[in-house]
Design a binder for this molecule. Sequence first.
Ligand code: 5GP
Length: 177
Amino acid sequence: MNELHPDLSRIVVSTDQIQSRVKELADQISADFVGGERLYIIGILKGAFIFLADLTRHLKVPHTVDFMALSSYGKTTTSGAVRILMDLREPIEGQHVIIVEDIVDTGHTLHYLNRVLKGRKPASLRSCVLVRKQRDNLSVPIDYLGFDIPDVWVVGYGLDFADQYRTLPYIAELKRE
Ligand code: 5GP
């Protein structure tokens, strides 16, 4: 069911594409960590909550889920300034950590997170990102990537505009005004 919301111009990633790719990503993670220690999965709020819920339900390896919230820089501009609004509940020293992010745009958020979390001495640190915009961004390595998408403002599947559209099952481009 991909009926388009009237505020949106086109579907960028369909419900079916998301569902099958999320399962593939979970299978890759499960294969990479099979027989290993418990994973520590960090969802970045608010945008990653739906992706994280679907991803973790497909994981076949033991894992703990935790969340962080970071300041966003506004709706359509990028300053590069990132700040922690809500931190993890536990130390991650010695843990195998995977950051789960909804979208990489400029790359500042993931770059900042990598630096901060590496400083806490995890046993390993990887990232799993649903969509990355094709634009000039910091070349932050992504271990598990869902899709590369055009450089447009997208909503749905956790992504919002002014806290709307998060629960749409697809990712779509928002109409300008
Ligand atoms: P970055 O630090 O990579 O520039 O941006 C990361 C954050 O910007 C994302 O977690 C998200 O909150 C926001 N963001 C960037 N592009 C989009 C977009 O197209 N749609 C939505 N909803 N959020 C975006």
